[in-house]
Design a protein around this ligand. Sequence first.
Ligand SMILES: Cc1ncc(COP(=O)(O)O)c(C=O)c1O
Length: 372
Amino acid sequence: MSPTSRFDIQLAQPRLSDEERAVRMQNLGFGKVLSEHMVVVPYQEGEGWLKGSLKPYAPLCISPAANVLHYGQAIFEGFKAYRQADGGIKSFRPKANGRRFNESAARLAMPEIPLDIFIEAADLLCTTDMAWVPGTLDAARLHDQSYYFRPFMIGLGDFLGVKAAEEYLFLMIGGPAGAYFQGGIKPVTIWVEEEYVRAAPGGTGRAKCAGNYAASLLPGKLAKQRGCDQALYLDATHHKYLEELGGMNVFLILQEGNRTVITTPEKTGTILEGVTRDSLITVARELGYDVEERRISIDEVEQAHRTGSLKEAFACGTAAVISPIGTLMSRRGTWVINDNKVGEISTRLRAALLDIQYGLAPDTRNWMHTIR
Ligand SMILES: Cc1ncc(COP(=O)(O)O)c(C=O)c1O
């Protein structure tokens, strides 16, 4: 089916002028500026996914009894499109995000959406709002700019019983994203959270559902009050093994004898299986590094810091790609990593992945999806 037959098209009238858009795009941070359209696809039990529409970005009108407002049937995703050297636009691994979206949907008893609708929705939104995809390759790459897609799904209905909704809305909004680090990449300080947990075995940790993020807001706020940027969670059973940050996966670079090992917590079902995590593991192995996915205890990190074998640490995710960790703080003390400087391997991996995303290195794994 072509996008035009799958979606009704209702364009914003009038569109913003080039001057107005340029003003809004002046100080791009993350998620502050949204482009002019959105995609909406309704779902009705018994009928399935109905014809979607592309329409002007506007508030939604839903019942006050909608499931999402009381019982939190809400999932989302995040991925990006990048300006290429030839002026074209490509998104990074949208299928991986679509598949993870459907895994989240299944965990929350929501309907799965066909991957081709998920991807066409993004392509349609991005081509309609193409003027919002930052600049030329030089400018975009220099300023780490991109277009960020936010697909999400909510449970509707007009009924207060605790059960899965029978009606849903799939939506896609998006907008230009600027550098995650204003003024250049710099290491962050992370609070190791030993009291609050993010996810327990059998829970929803592996799903990208709204409730996980609501639960992370208080520990995130407490981390900030302690002078840290974010919290790093430990496992819920032993309060001992590293899991991930509120919105990023975590990696350590350890020196084991004469081996340098890029190490990350294994997939336990309680962490979000990041697309960036997976991509960095692949890229690191291609660059010849040893990579291990395994359990890492906080005691091991403390010891590695003490003995000097903890060489670098970083968090990773779609928004920042790699965010170097310069300091870990906890009740046990403050551990400065690599003199609080951006490490060599973190820098190399970050550049290698960004080069693929901006089309400056060959896309040997077919990760890039052509939008135009
Ligand atoms: C809890 C959590 N972990 C990890 C990630 C990194 O995932 P990705 O690399 O797919 O952006 C995210 C971001 O989406 C996240 O919210």
